[in-house]
Design a protein around this ligand. Structure first.
Ligand code: PMP
Length: 437
């Protein structure tokens, strides 16, 4: 196997140079800038099924899937047709429409973990609102989060662990007041002792614990069910609300997301990504009692000009309808399992320090020999050099992964056997090169 020549990025480079004059870093969301991998970002022109095409005409099999929403693949016919038909009647009214009821009904009839919900326009907004709801409901201020979980860019959650095991967090972004970070406690994942310590240190002060029950923003840090159960219990004992941030896991590992997968009922759940079929939708939901605290029924204010936007609702309705078809998740998850097992077999046979972690149709490649990676600290930052090399080799073989080794990959219903076979061969060749020197 030999290194492939780099694909042409002439047009992308031209567009990127222009974009840099308009946007900080040339992008409208930082990770897109390809800072941690090789070359300029690819400007995408078209997507269809599992494939995308860039401005230079390069074609790729895509495993980023717009960072998770596209569980049916790109430009799915059912989603597109529904969106177009709804758009014929106008694009926004700022007044209630039947489409909001329709999407809510699809969700609530098939999800036993929430009774009422509110639509917003992004995952960040969903989480921000869920936090305010928890604070308003409990009349407490502090929240607890875990190192290695990402919950969007809301101020109080752009906080990383401070020094010492159970302390106030430190801001992880300029522009977040220290006094905000002081309301956030950060502890490691998978650590029952740290959790107990935090509840002891901040007795009757913690409004909510927020967790990605399937942490997928810092590698895939799969938690043991026992830990999540412990979390559920300790929250209940302390009058603290448990928030599952299911912006990635919701409708991904099953229609009921991680709550359904682990059969654990959190107090509030946030959704995003898949729920909007590729258009901007987020949502938070809880029991009718807790949701009764949201304005205009209750005193917790939350609103949005484009919330429940009819076009976005249409995309969500079309996509979720497909997910409810018999056997949808079984087929998708089996396909993913076969794919990841084949890659692991290859790597193991060659004694590579390489592990594929996976759940549902999410997967993550880790350059490690650890059997499990359950907390952010378990990841060796130096291993990211290997990812960088892998990413370049894969792009040059027509395989598109998210441009960071901390990001997970997604398989969609549109990925065919041929796609996956082609991808496996590209991965085998690329791994050989990555581990050859
Ligand atoms: N929570 C989680 C778990 C996420 O993965 C993300 C986005 N990757 C967010 C919240 C923020 O969502 P958005 O980017 O739509 O604001």
């Amino acid at each position: 196997t030999t290194t492939k020549p780099d694909i042409s990025r002439e047009k992308s480079a031209e567009l990127f140079a222009k974009a840099k004059t308009y946007f900080p870093g040339g992008v409208n969301s930082p990770v897109r800038a390809f800072k941690s991998v090789h070359g300029t970002p690819l400007f995408i022109e078209k997507g269809d099924g599992s494939h995308i095409w860039d401005a230079d005409g390069n074609e790729f099999i895509d495993y980023c899937g717009s960072w998770g929403p596209l569980i049916l693949g790109h430009n799915n016919g059912k989603v597109r047709e529904k969106v177009i038909s709804v758009m014929q009647n106008g694009m926004s009214f700022g007044a209630p429409t039947a489409l909001e009821n329709e999407l809510a009904e699809l969700i609530l009839k098939n999800n036993k973990y929430i009774q009422k919900l509110r639509f917003v326009s992004s995952g960040t907004e969903a989480v921000m609102s869920a936090i305010r709801l928890a604070r308003g409901y409990t009349k407490r201020d502090k929240i607890l989060k875990f190192e290695g979980c990402y919950h969007g860019h809301t101020d109080s959650l752009l906080v990383k662990a401070g020094s010492g095991l159970v302390t106030f967090g430190e801001t992880s972004s300029a522009g977040v007041p220290k006094s905000f970070a002081d309301e956030t406690i950060v502890i490691p994942l998978n650590d029952e002792q740290a959790l107990e310590q935090a509840f002891a240190n901040f007795k009757d002060q913690i409004a909510a614990v927020i967790i990605e029950p399937i942490p997928a923003n810092n590698g895939l840090l799969l938690q043991e069910k026992e830990f999540l159960k412990f979390l559920r219990i300790i929250c209940a004992q302390n009058g603290t609300l448990l928030i599952f941030d299911e912006v990635i896991s919701g409708f991904r590992v099953g229609f009921e997301g991680a709550a359904g997968h682990y059969q654990i009922k959190p107090d509030i759940i946030t959704y995003g990504k898949i729920i909007g079929g590729g258009l901007p939708v987020g949502c938070y939901g809880a029991s009718a009692e807790i949701m009764g605290h949201i304005s205009p029924d209750g005193g917790v204010y939350q609103a949005g000009t484009l919330s429940g936007n009819p076009v976005a609702m249409a995309a969500g309705i079309a996509q979720l309808t497909e997910l409810l078809r018999m056997g949808f998740y079984r087929e998708l998850n089996n396909k993913t399992q076969e794919f990841t097992e084949a890659i692991q077999r290859f790597a193991t046979a060659r004694n590579y320090k390489f592990k594929v972690f996976t759940i549902g149709s999410i997967f993550w490649f880790a350059f490690t020999d650890k059997e499990a990676i359950r907390s952010a600290d378990d990841i060796d930052p130096a291993s990211m050099d290997k990812f960088k090399k892998l990413h370049r080799e894969l792009l040059n073989r027509g395989i598109y992964f998210g441009p960071s080794g901390y990001e997970v990959g997604f398989i969609s219903a549109a990925h065919t056997k041929i796609d996956l076979e082609k991808t496996k061969r590209a991965i085998f060749d690329s791994l050989e090169l990555v581990f050859s020197n």
